[in-house]
Design a protein around this ligand. Structure first.
Ligand code: ADP
Ligand code: ADP
Ligand code: MG
Length: 693
């Protein structure tokens, strides 16, 4: 076994790999750019080597610097994580030349699968179902139009070298092909240095289901069941789960066997994923087609670990060291249900605008023991000491947080905007979803925007809970943008009580500090609570150990739970209902965040409430109708004019900030009403670039 390995990555995945290496008694070397000098992966590793400046092209993507770092530290093997150099054949080859092991597949398998056209041909030859289409480079638009008509609309135009959801366009008609074909070619060339584009049938009611495979260097290869990743935004995954609610044991076996056949055809070893697109309208489950194979560890690998009990990183390391798989296909378990949500630095309330900056406060939910061994540091964390670990395990559910950021850290525009992955496991799908909701409620992120409310809304969505998934779920169900998850009457009543209690404690404290606010009110008091556009008349009375409250002359209920001014996370039981609420003071108002919505709440004395009724409310601007500058920078391009109609996700402007080009996209289908900013303008953050009808 290796004594020392280098992790050629950053963020959560570097931390994830280091954790397993430590558990295996292997020393670790981290690498970092100037932006990451004090990042968690650097602190976690035994040694760290600086690569270069912040841009990935000058640091994490420089193969020769990584090889130098191996030589300098004596690392015998490299784990590439995902992204960066993980799928570069040239990198795997360069390592082999230096007799450094690559903790991944053989270079020729990376090459064979790196190209969508070539890999589909290979898959077809291996007896794998492929999406009907035209598997060759198409030169000109007229040819594309003819081919698209032959295949039958709708079709997908795809850059052969594309990845990460980029270089892909859907066409419903000849008009779409005429308008988009050249652009797809240009995008392929600009993003991947390759302008070959092919066309395939668009599978309707599509579900994205993928098979995890794992092989050793001795010809053994198994499939570790499926993951469903149909919840996507702009072809990028947001929620993943294992198993899939759509897949039956027969389907699992058929998909698994095809995936293994393909892997064998390219002499695959290590962990890899065969992505399939599945026609969800065909309940026979026979309509599944090969999309591509990812020759690396995937972002969503933890859900597979949680249901199979296998540590995939450990398996990859063992395979790279030449060990044989210690189990066979029939030993592969499928236990319970695991769900992963990706916590991104983006604002779902404002068209998912990306957000960067400092994490003024970062406090993820307390993890329980996962199947993946945790480092000694984590073991000794407050979670373990508080005994939470044990109690949560007794509930029969697990919470796992894979992250690579810390309190006070920075989400930089140089890298992926993912803050963390939240993985929950439970015996049933419903329980795994409920565990997500409770854990998301405890995710404290300040300083940058995050999508936690949106993720919680997804978890509560009745259609998601039914397992009725499709890759256009988000576009369909949130076609009007996101405005917070719906809150039921009971929750609003409970929040009104919580707000009154919190405000009362806060007032008490103010009185203790200074007496200038007048007489103390220790007894019962009445408050008007404004929440969700309505007013509730709340009366609360503190007693030793809790608070009694009553709303609008209803039943008297008990509110039990400690809160002190400044405390963010409030766990409280209202008449026996457990509520987890994040409390923020915003000026004179309160913000209560729970279950996928951030409620602005006012708590007023009846007198003040009466007076304020005569004040004019300034309506909040509807931000979903605006494209705002997500960061200060230069507007280098504006591709729309007044009257243009745009599709969701369509690139409409380019901003240059910190030497990076940032493509800004339409948040939804809309018509351009005004363009207050012009190309060449220097913009402040939140400055309006485009207004939609
Ligand atoms: P997964 O299927 O594991 O979710 P994604 O397609 O979302 O993978 O990509 C995972 C990571 O790899 C992301 O950071 C993404 O930006 C990066 N990535 C994917 N494809 C490419 C590519 N062709 N070139 C550069 N980075 C890529
Ligand atoms: P990438 O390399 O960017 O990951 P993929 O080919 O894996 O590209 O496709 C990414 C996503 O795009 C899929 O998960 C699916 O949602 C959608 N997609 C791709 N091809 C098709 C198709 N032929 N029909 C329907 N949806 C598709
Ligand atoms: Mg893909």
């Amino acid at each position: 076994m290796f004594k020392k390995i280098l992790i050629a990555n950053r963020g959560e995945i570097a931390c994830r790999v280091i954790r397993t290496a430590k558990h295996m008694g292997i020393k670790t070397v981290a690498v970092y750019s100037d932006a990451d000098a004090r990042a968690p992966h650097v602190l976690m590793a035994d040694e760290a080597v600086r690569l270069g400046p912040a841009p990935a092209a000058e640091s994490y993507l420089k193969a020769e610097l990584i090889i130098d770092a191996c030589k300098a530290t004596g690392a015998e093997a490299v784990h590439p994580g995902y992204g960066f150099l993980s799928e570069r054949e040239s990198f795997a080859k360069a390592l082999a030349k230096e007799k450094i092991a690559f903790i991944g597949p053989p270079p020729k398998a990376i090459a064979a699968m790196g190209d969508k056209i070539e890999s589909k041909k290979l898959a077809q030859a291996a007896g794998v179902n492929i999406v009907p289409g035209y598997l060759d480079d198409i030169a000109i638009t007229d040819e594309a139009v003819k081919i698209a008509a032959d295949i039958g609309y709708p079709v997908m135009m795809k850059a052969s070298a594309g990845g990460g959801g980029k270089g892909m366009r859907l066409a419903w008609s000849e008009k779409d092909v005429r308008e988009g074909f050249e652009a797809t070619k240009r995008e392929g060339l600009a993003s991947f240095g390759d302008d070959r584009v092919f066309i395939e049938k668009f599978i309707e009611a599509p579900r994205h289901i993928e098979i995890q495979v794992l092989g050793d260097q001795h010809g053994h290869i198994v499939y570790l069941n499926e993951r469903e990743c149909s919840i996507q935004r702009r072809n990028q995954k947001v929620v993943e789960e294992a198993p899939s609610p759509f897949v039956t044991p027969a389907m699992r076996q058929a998909m698994g066997e095809q995936a293994v056949a393909l892997a064998k055809a390219v002499g695959y070893y290590s962990a890899g994923t065969v992505e399939l697109i599945v026609n969800g309208a065909d309940p026979s489950g026979k309509s599944f087609y090969f999309l591509e194979m990812n020759t690396r560890l995937q972002v969503e690998h933890p859900v597979t670990e949680e249901v199979t009990g296998l540590d995939l990183v450990e398996q990859m390391i063992r395979v790279a060291a030449g060990e044989k798989l210690a189990f066979t296909q029939k030993d592969v378990k499928l236990d319970g249900w695991a769900i992963e949500t990706r916590v991104y630095a983006e604002d779902p309330y404002r068209g998912f605008l990306p957000s960067t900056g400092r994490l003024i406060r970062y406090q993820p939910p307390q993890p329980t023991e996962s199947v993946i061994a945790r480092s000694e540091a984590t073991r000794q964390s407050s979670a373990a000491k508080s005994g939470l670990l044990r109690s949560a395990r007794n509930d029969g559910v697990r919470v796992r947080v894979d992250d690579g950021v810390i309190d006070g850290g920075e989400i930089s525009m140089f890298y992926d905007p993912m803050i963390a992955k939240l993985i929950t496991w439970a015996p049933t799908r419903d329980a795994a979803i409920d565990t997500q909701i409770a854990a998301l409620d405890q995710f404290v992120i300040d300083g940058i925007a995050d999508n936690v409310d949106f993720l919680s809304a997804l978890m509560q969505h009745p259609r998601f809970r039914r397992g009725d998934l499709a890759t256009d779920f988000i576009a369909d169900e949130f076609s009007d943008g996101f405005h917070g998850a719906p809150a039921d009457e009971q929750l609003l009543v409970d929040l009104a009580l919580i707000a009154a209690k919190v405000a009362a404690i806060s007032d008490e404290r103010a009185h203790e500090i200074s007496d200038q606010l007048g007489a103390r009110t220790n007894g019962s008091r009445e408050r008007i609570v404004r929440i969700a556009g309505a007013e509730q008349r709340v009366r609360i009375k503190p007693y030793k150990g809790g608070t009694l409250g009553v709303v609008d002359g209803g039943e008297l209920v008990d509110i039990v739970g400690h809160w002190a001014p400044g405390q963010r996370l409030l766990r409280v039981s209202v008449d026996g209902r457990a509520r987890i609420v994040q409390v923020r003071r915003v000026g004179r108002d309160w913000e209560l965040q729970t279950r996928g919505r951030t409620h602005r709440v006012q708590v007023l004395s009846p007198h003040v409430a009466e007076l304020s009724r005569f004040m004019i409310d300034k309506p909040a601007p509807d931000l979903s109708r605006l494209l705002l500058a997500p960061m200060p920078g230069l507007l280098t391009r504006l591709d729309v004019a007044v009257g243009d109609s745009v599709e969701p996700g369509q690139p409409i402007a380019v901003m240059e900030a910190m030497k990076m080009e940032n493509i800004l996209r339409a948040p939804k289908a809309a018509t351009v009403k005004a363009t207050p900013a012009k190309a060449g303008d220097s913009l402040a953050v939140d400055q309006i670039i485009v207004e939609f009808e």
